[in-house]
Ligand binder design. Structure first.
Ligand code: SF4
Ligand code: SF4
Ligand code: SF4
Length: 177
């Protein structure tokens, strides 16, 4: 049974970069964020939400089709398996990727998610999760009658939704909004 990475609760990301450091540490033995296969970005400044840029596990990967030397092959469950030896650093896959999830490392080799799931274990807020998919990459239907997700304590609620309902014993000063 195949699995793939999913950004399940993007609104919960606080930009701690733990996932990036875990990925780089695991696969490059560094904590250089340039070696991470997941990229946490703000939409434009520290006051905007964070976006997790990571491989979407395409069933028919454009990056694979763009590679002139066969360094990328289809991965069971979606996405690609990368052959570093074959990669010539041309960057065609970067241009072809639908979400901008590929870059080159210092050796001019492609950096692409393996869907290993290591990063999910280091996210303190369950932003990332591994989901089961068919070997073809299609989503697995395991619950045909899902319970309605009502929040604010639900898994998809953002921090704001969760905490604005809580009483921390702090009152706003008189006259201030
Ligand atoms: S950078 Fe490497 S993996 Fe990407 S298209 Fe070029 S040869 Fe293929
Ligand atoms: S790297 Fe980009 S194009 Fe390739 S499978 Fe992942 S999302 Fe699709
Ligand atoms: S699933 Fe693995 S390769 Fe992909 S971003 Fe997470 S740690 Fe990196």
């Amino acid at each position: 049974m195949a699995k793939r990475l999913k950004v399940a609760n993007p609104a919960r990301c606080i930009g701690c970069y733990s996932c990036m450091m875990a990925c780089a540490r695991t696969w490059y033995d560094t904590i250089s964020l340039k070696n991470s296969r997941i990229n946490i970005q703000t939409s434009g400044g520290i006051e905007t939400p964070y976006n997790a840029i990571v491989c979407h596990a395409c069933v028919d990967p454009p990056c694979m089709r763009a590679c002139p030397v066969g360094a990328l092959t289809k991965r069971k469950g979606g996405g690609v398996i990368f052959n570093k030896e074959l990669c010539n650093g041309c960057g065609n896959c970067i241009e072809a990727c639908i979400v901008g999830a590929i870059h080159l490392d210092a050796e001019k080799k492609a950096v692409i998610c393996k869907h290993c799931g290591v990063c999910t274990k280091f996210c303190p807020h369950d932003v990332l999760e591994m989901i089961e998919v068919e070997d073809s990459g299609e989503l697995k239907v395991t619950d045909t009658n899902p319970v309605e997700d009502t929040g604010p304590e639900s898994l998809t609620a953002s921090h704001k939704e969760i905490y604005e309902k809580k009483d921390f014993g702090e009152k706003e000063p008189e006259g201030e909004k």
